[in-house]
Design a protein around this ligand. Structure first.
Ligand code: ATP
Length: 259
């Protein structure tokens, strides 16, 4: 469970990123956050694991406040939260396996991880994770030799090896073509369903949101302006809220569709 209690965020230049957000995301949900550019999607997502610090309010993960956590307590809460980025955030010159194993660093001493001494259990977790996202045969390939979609699957495998209970994905498919988008979103959905991992994804595209989410949250100027099941997230409703329909992946120039 992730609970926002009266959460606001004001950036140092005075921009209000989030305005008095109160929302609970339950265990096992697949929530997609939508909104126009600058609505606060990234700020919302990155507040959950404190990549961004909130200004006021409280965020509770499970039964612990991450807002108030310090030191080892904070590290433990963060260990349960995997993060997927638009640009994959892999160590490009390292192998796929090494990148996936880096999901285990929160469990060991720095020296041990520097020396690359990962116990057998970690190796098993890493191989299982690669199997789950269908790139086991790439384990010993350098990460920068993979396609964008494959790199994103490595980052999903890293979160799996981390044994994350929550996955936060910030525009995970923004730089991918439609076919690869489907593969990556299918992987996220599969691990959500098979492993019960709570998944929160920021997406630009409302059509993809509707295909995968169990619940859609719409933001505008840092406030929640929509929160409901996919059936209620219609074009008409969003046009009413935003004064325009939200973008769909098929709005992209046709060149982007040729894969
Ligand atoms: N570091 C920062 N300093 C000042 N303002 C910021 C900073 N980061 C974001 N903002 C502002 O906060 C608001 C919310 O930004 P955020 O990046 O969360 O939106 P978003 O919905 O993720 O946008 P996009 O879809 O374009 O990525 C915007 O007005 C943005 O300009």
């Amino acid at each position: 469970m992730i609970e926002f209690q009266n959460v606001s965020k004001v950036y140092p230049n005075g921009t209000q990123g989030l305005k008095d957000i109160n929302v609970t995301i339950n265990k096992g949900e697949f929530v997609v956050i939508v909104g126009l550019s600058g609505a606060g999607k990234s700020t919302f997502l990155r507040s959950i694991n404190r990549l961004h610090e909130i200004s006021t309010g409280n965020i509770v993960i499970g039964d612990q406040s991450i807002t108030e956590a310090r030191g080892s307590e904070l590290r433990k809460i963060r260990r349960d939260i995997g993060m997927i980025f638009q640009n994959f955030n892999l160590v490009k010159r390292s192998t796929v396996l090494r990148n996936v194993l880096s999901g285990r660093v929160g469990y060991h001493s720095t020296l041990r991880t520097l020396l690359g001494m990962f116990p057998r259990k970690d190796m098993e977790l890493a191989f299982d994770a690669l199997k789950r996202v269908n790139i086991l045969e790439k384990a010993y390939t350098r990460s920068d030799q993979l396609s964008g979609g494959q790199q994103q699957r490595v980052s999903i495998a890293r979160a799996l090896a981390q044994e994350a209970k929550i996955i936060l994905a910030d525009e995970p498919v923004a730089s991918l073509d439609p076919l690869t988008t489907k593969q990556v979103m299918d992987d996220l959905k599969k691990i959500n369903q098979e492993l019960g991992i709570t998944t929160v994804v920021n997406l630009h595209f409302i059509d993809i949101a509707r295909q995968y989410a169990t619940r859609i949250i719409g933001l505008q100027a840092g406030e929640i302006v929509f929160d409901g099941p996919v059936e209620e997230a219609t074009d008409e409703r969003f046009s009413e809220i935003y004064g325009q329909p939200l973008e769909t992946k098929t709005d992209e120039p046709s060149g982007a569709l040729e894969t």
